[in-house]
Design a protein around this ligand. Structure first.
Ligand code: NAD
Ligand code: MG
Length: 390
């Protein structure tokens, strides 16, 4: 029987790569649903090619335009964010690949988890903000979470070399981003164009900025904490500019198991779709003799304060992570809109964390409330400081 797949966020970087992977897998993989926020021309093209039964447009401003584009096709169009929750729990769907960016993906991720689906999760923010709830929900429903984030896919694969209680630590690798060699002083005035030029990975704008601040690695520490049930003390970050080793797991006997490949998201996407099988794929194979050497360094926690904040937030738990994430999402939007300097992103996140009274053991409503508070706090602060040149 075919694996029936829904791709939430099919017009983004992960979504498009997922469709390339599905093209290469051929028979046995069926696209049942696709979604886009506003890139409706591309979504219409994808609908024509993959003939899904459902297509969702989350930004209602674009829904009517999309309906008219696909009016001659046999596809059910869902408009508004609620459409994703519907798709995520469809009877006709086996695997939900979540490739939405940001906390906006949370309701759909929870919906898929509740419905006991296999969740191929690229959208890391829901795990960061509601990791405990999400892992509890998936356990109760009998569903499965398969990581797509390259580091977490690597850890998931390396973990298979031993049992959970034989792991002494997990080591997340990081390319270091475009500003790896910069000091706090020189990073002050980098432009959006410089921050968007990642040395290794070609990704959506939000995660590319997160890689430049190293907020991405901070979010990944929290993501790993929840996905693998690993205490924060057992998680480390290692800068590895070549991005060949995607992460490592150290076992109690001192053995370290690593996952190596060319940096290509098609590989972790494919593994999540074909799991537990491996099949031939489109990713180019490694030739280590051509690469010659692999290098490693400690992260610079002075320049990349986001990373130390991430560890603190992971240790604190409760609403700290939702504030951390929401403040970052809003600050990145402000930076990309040209309203604040690059270094203010992490300053604004830290400001929100300092002003927030962390609540532990919270409901989903309380998480969303903290999310809303942090977004407003960043917007107000940017507004207030505009006159003094933030
Ligand atoms: P992207 O910006 O390229 O694509 C985002 C997708 O989400 C698009 O399809 C867009 O239509 C949709 N979207 C945007 N806002 C939305 C909203 N408010 N509601 C519903 N849908 C919305 O992003 P990306 O780089 O593909 O990243 C997607 C997720 O995968 C992120 O969480 C990111 O951290 C994670 N991830 C990405 C990569 C990568 O290589 N791009 C690697 C690892 C993890
Ligand atoms: Mg990653």
């Amino acid at each position: 029987m075919s694996k029936r797949i829904a791709i939430l966020g099919s017009t983004g970087s992960i979504g498009k790569n997922a469709l390339r992977v599905i093209d290469s897998l051929g028979a046995g993989y069926e696209v049942v649903a696709l979604s886009a926020h506003s890139k409706v021309e591309l979504l219409a093209e994808q609908v024509r090619k993959y003939k899904p039964k459902f297509a969702a447009v989350t930004n209602t401003d674009f829904a009517e335009q999309f309906r008219s584009m696909v009016s001659e096709l046999d596809v059910e169009v869902l408009a508004g964010p609620g459409g994703l929750e519907e798709i995520a729990k469809l009877e006709d769907v086996d695997i939900v690949l979540t490739a939405i960016v940001g906390a906006a993906g949370l309701p759909a991720v929870l919906s898929a988890a509740k419905a006991g689906k296999t969740l191929a999760i690229a959208n890391k923010e829901p795990l960061v903000i509601a990791g405990e709830l999400l892992m509890r929900t998936i356990k109760a429903s009998g569903g499965t979470i398969l990581p797509v984030d390259s580091e977490h896919s690597a850890i998931f694969q390396a973990m298979q070399a031993g049992s959970h209680d034989e792991v002494s630590k997990i080591i997340l690798t990081s390319s270091g981003g475009p500003f790896r060699k910069m000091s706090l002083g020189t990073i002050e005035n980098v432009t959006a164009e410089q921050a968007l030029a990642h040395p290794v990975w070609d990704m959506g704008p939000k995660i590319t900025i997160d890689s430049a601040t190293m907020m991405n690695k901070a979010l990944e520490v929290i993501e790993a904490h929840w996905l693998f049930g690993m205490p924060v003390e057992k998680i480390e970050v290692l800068v590895h500019p070549e991005s060949i080793i995607h992460s490592l797991v150290e076992f109690i006997d001192g053995s370290v198991v690593a996952l190596l490949s060319k940096p290509d998201m098609c590989l972790p996407i494919q593994y999540a779709l074909t799991y537990p099988k491996r099949v031939k794929g489109i990713a180019e194979h490694l030739q280590l003799d051509k690469i010659g050497k692999l290098t490693f360094e400690k992260p610079n926690l002075e320049t990349f304060r986001a990373l130390s904040l991430g560890f603190e937030v992971a240790r604190t738990g409760g609403t700290a992570a939702v504030v951390f994430n929401a403040a970052n999402e809003t600050a990145v939007e402000q930076f990309l809109a040209g309203r604040i300097k690059f270094v203010r992103i992490v300053e604004l996140v830290e400001h929100c964390l300092n002003r927030h009274n962390v609540k532990k053991q919270v409901s989903l409503e309380e998480l969303l409330e903290a999310d809303g508070w942090a977004r407003k706090e960043v917007e107000q602060r940017v507004q207030q400081r505009k006159s003094v040149g933030i």
